[in-house]
Write a protein that binds this ligand. Structure first.
Ligand SMILES: O=P(O)(O)OC[C@H]1O[C@](O)(COP(=O)(O)O)[C@@H](O)[C@@H]1O
Ligand SMILES: [Mg+2]
Ligand SMILES: [Mg+2]
Length: 347
């Protein structure tokens, strides 16, 4: 049938230059690894007890066996790719590979690992950057997301899908298990600018800042509130699954900073989670912000830095940004917050 393979898509694109060829080789190595991960996790407990917690390192989320396993698979695969170093959620420092190679890769090898035992979709996220000519180690990765050469993620769900951008739109490939290859099933994804579906972990509601409380409260009030229509809510706990849904049918994803200790910048990691998601969403016509600035413009100061992430259908993301900037006025929403008079209509 007429579904182009990932290799065919990339070979059209690689014609123009050497770096592109390197990016394509690296993408193919990552895609091949994700097919093997898909096979492994598709076996469930027959493949092993993946959900077992193996360590709880300091400030990091707990590591499960599957986190380490998939990390190891990606490290091995990239040893033969044109990659100078790999930054991973599972490794405190970047892993040096080929020092003179032209690219850097940042990855969350297993995103949504809390869902592994629950048989809910999870995935692998990656971001490819040019190697910095002068800096090495952690400093080499401290580049804004706008410098990415390619970004994508794979969702291991009922089917395995690869979502990819090389800056020419967002493409979705579906794993053809018979041929063991990814085939393009959605070309130049265009997500709806409007949505009535939001995704947020509302168990943190009491810790949110006011702009998020206002935005969500208006959604919850639906047809009885200022929005004038009802909203639906979805939250999987696997950002890859939520972002895939949002790319497919629209929606807004919010993981804001909140008042809890250690959560002032939220929970999503900038370099290997928020940046690839943000570029994919922008390339599909959506928006991604911290609430105060475009995610792709944030210059990281550390490898595992967290960032608030609000992304998805552009009219909704714009609305949240207007609330943060004070442009979206508040009409007596104060009883909710017990702060009557704090928010006023702007002139
Ligand atoms: O636990 P929550 O608040 O539902 O958030 C969803 C999850 O998204 C994540 O970003 C998933 O990423 P990891 O599985 O790679 O840790 C976690 O930080 C967080 O557990
Ligand atoms: Mg993750
Ligand atoms: Mg992870």
């Amino acid at each position: 049938m007429g579904f182009a393979t990932l290799k065919e898509y990339l070979s059209d694109w690689t014609l123009e230059g050497r770096t592109r060829g390197h990016v394509a080789d690296t993408l193919l190595a990552l895609a091949e690894t994700s097919i093997r991960i898909s096979e492994l996790v598709g076996r469930g407990e027959l493949g092993g007890k993946f959900g077992k917690i193996v360590s709880r390192p300091g400030e990091f989320d707990e590591q499960k066996e599957i986190d380490l396993l998939t990390n190891g698979m990606i490290v091995e695969a990239l040893k033969s790719a044109p990659v100078a170093a790999l930054a991973s959620e599972e490794s405190q420092q970047p892993i040096a590979l080929k020092p003179d190679a032209s690219l850097l890769v940042a990855t969350d090898p297993l995103d949504g690992s809390s869902n592994v035992d629950a048989n809910v979709s999870f995935g692998t996220i990656f971001s490819i950057l040019p190697r910095h000519p002068t800096s090495g180690g952690e400093a080499a990765f401290l580049r804004p997301g706008s410098h990415q050469l390619a970004a994508g993620f794979v969702v291991y769900g009922p089917h395995t899908a690869l979502v990819l951008t090389v800056g020419l739109g967002t493409q979705i490939f579906t794993l053809d298990r018979e041929a063991n290859t990814f085939r393009m099933t959605s070309r130049n994804v265009s997500m709806p600018p409007e949505t009535t579906e939001y995704a947020i972990n509302s168990s943190n509601a009491r810790h949110w800042d006011d702009p998020i409380r206002i935005y969500i409260h208006d959604c919850e009030n639906g047809a009885n509130g200022p929005r004038g229509h009802d909203f639906n809510m979805r939250w999987t706990g696997s950002p890859v699954a939520d972002v895939f849904r949002i790319l497919s049918r629209g929606g807004i994803y919010l993981y804001p900073g909140d008042r809890r200790k250690g959560f002032h910048q939220g929970r999503i990691r900038l370099i290997y989670e928020a940046n690839p998601f943000s570029w994919l969403i922008e390339q599909a016509g959506g928006r991604a912000t911290t609430g105060r600035e475009r995610v792709l413009d944030v210059v990281p100061t550390s490898l595992h830095q967290k960032t608030p992430l609000i992304c998805g259908s552009r009219y909704e993301v714009d609305r949240v940004m207007r609330i943060y900037s004070g442009q979206e006025f508040k009409v007596d929403r104060s009883p909710l917050f017990g702060r009557r008079g704090l928010f006023r209509a702007l002139p």
